[in-house]
Design a protein around this ligand. Structure first.
Ligand SMILES: *Cc1c(COP(=O)(O)O)cnc(C)c1O
Length: 427
């Protein structure tokens, strides 16, 4: 059995039929934007490996931090013990993230950070005596992860609700914010989606712990960019009804939108925020849930007072030093000019697709470029063109999209956009 045959027979891949797995490349090395395959060919990782590899793969500063930490202490439990990597990362996070986010919970992956955020919201409401507030409100076409509670607030149609009907908690959905980021804001609740949010809160506030959503950019649920004013006004509605506001910045955080966080498009801050994906620059799995003093103190002063979550690998030192190194690279500030240049080139290069048959929309925000088709496209077909184009793209649903590493050069980006234009013609 060749290694690839073993893989196909025994290893499950994401969203894959184990009996009929799709085509798969065997990657031997990843460096910068390049993936080297087993036959020696090189392709550009135009996905930043699912939004993660901000500074490119195998960044020398991040790998050195992990190497050095490995020789000191790969791991210790976080119950009753602490360590400098966790503390120093915490200091760095407080410097960079929205100001009110003062309390940090480290966890293993994005989905877990969403579970933690949702648990915080329920424990907060219970501590205030609202035992009935255990449901969640959210907007359609969202994506929050694959664990049970996170799955319950993913889009009910494109998510897994139908498949897991009866096993999944029923949450409260409204339409996604109707006004896009590049459209003029309309100050009319019937037109801007906030009328629907108010109606939902009025009818159900006694049951709602929190309103959870991806701020500004909905990623996996549809690559949709909406107007941040929606979030400012949603904040006011949450306050009026005693509902917490949770921002899932797992995909949007750390410069991807051309601002450090999606929250930076807003005038307000959430009560709870989730970070993951790019937190370690794509080097090792890690995530964090952060909250304000109000939520932390309310939980702490309630009964039982303790917060009921504690992953085995909480605050893993290798992940902490990787995250700290990645944040230090960001703090040098090159991401601003890099993402601005990427956005400008994506706009120019992808514009011709607007006139292609089958293309519904072309949109760009920061380091994200999307060609939305009017039909569902196949990731397997795109995969088939990857070597020929020298670019790895993995479209989903109707979207052919890229979020390249920030270090992508103009020539490399031209290669990516050429591949996207070609796919828009053949998919
Ligand atoms: C990817 C993603 C998650 C889940 O993160 P995992 O690390 O895959 O568990 C949650 N929310 C958003 C917005 C995401 O993009």
């Amino acid at each position: 059995m060749t290694p690839l045959e073993f893989d196909q027979k025994h290893l499950w891949h994401p969203y894959t039929n184990v009996e009929k797995p799709g085509p798969t490349f065997r990657v031997k090395e990843a460096e910068g934007v390049w993936l080297t395959l087993d036959d020696g060919s090189k392709i550009i990782d135009a996905m930043s490996s699912w939004w993660c590899a901000l500074h490119g793969h195998k960044h020398p500063k991040i790998t050195k931090a992990i190497h050095d930490q490995l020789d000191i202490m790969p791991h210790v439990m976080f119950g009753g013990l602490t360590h400098d990597p966790a503390i120093e990362l915490g200091e760095k996070l407080l410097e960079m993230t929205p100001k009110s986010m003062q309390r940090i919970f480290y966890c293993d992956s994005g989905s877990v950070s969403v579970e933690v955020a949702m648990k915080m919201a329920v424990q907060y409401q219970h501590a205030l005596g609202f035992q009935g507030r255990s449901k969640f409100a959210t907007i359609r076409s969202g994506y929050h992860g694959d664990t049970w509670k996170a799955m319950s607030v993913c889009d009910p149609d494109t998510g897994m609700h139908h498949l897991f009907q009866g096993a999944l908690a029923v949450e409260l959905f409204i339409n996604r914010p109707p006004i896009a980021i590049d459209e003029e804001w309309i100050d009319d609740p019937a037109a801007n989606g906030l009328g629907e949010l108010r109606a939902l809160f009025e009818a159900n506030s006694a049951q709602i712990a929190a309103f959870i959503l991806e701020p500004v950019v909905q990623g996996t649920g549809g690559m949709y960019f909406y107007h941040p004013e929606y979030l400012n006004e949603a904040r006011a509605l949450c306050d009026e009804f005693g509902i917490l506001l949770i921002f899932d910045e797992i995909a949007t955080g750390f410069g991807r939108l051309g601002k450090l966080f999606a929250t930076d498009f807003c005038e307000i801050e959430p009560d709870i925020i989730c970070f993951g994906k790019a937190l370690t620059g794509g080097h090792i799995s890690f995530a964090t849930t952060m909250t304000n003093d109000k939520v932390a103190q309310t939980i702490g002063n309630g009964s039982p007072g303790i917060f009921m979550h504690g992953p085995t690998f909480m605050a893993n030192p290798l992940a902490c030093v990787a995250a700290k190194a990645s944040l230090e690279i960001l703090a040098q500030g090159n991401w601003k000019t890099q993402t601005a240049a990427i956005a400008e080139q994506l706009r120019t290069d992808l514009a011709p697709a607007k006139s292609y048959t089958g293309v519904k929309d072309v949109r760009v925000l920061g380091g994200i470029g999307v060609i939305e088709m009017d039909h569902t496209v196949s990731a397997d077909v795109a995969h088939g063109f990857a070597k020929e184009n020298g670019v790895y793209l993995r479209p989903f649903s109707k979207n052919i999209y890229t979020m390249p590493p920030f270090i992508t050069t103009p020539d490399e980006l031209s290669q990516i956009t050429a591949a996207m234009l070609k796919l828009a013609k053949v998919l």
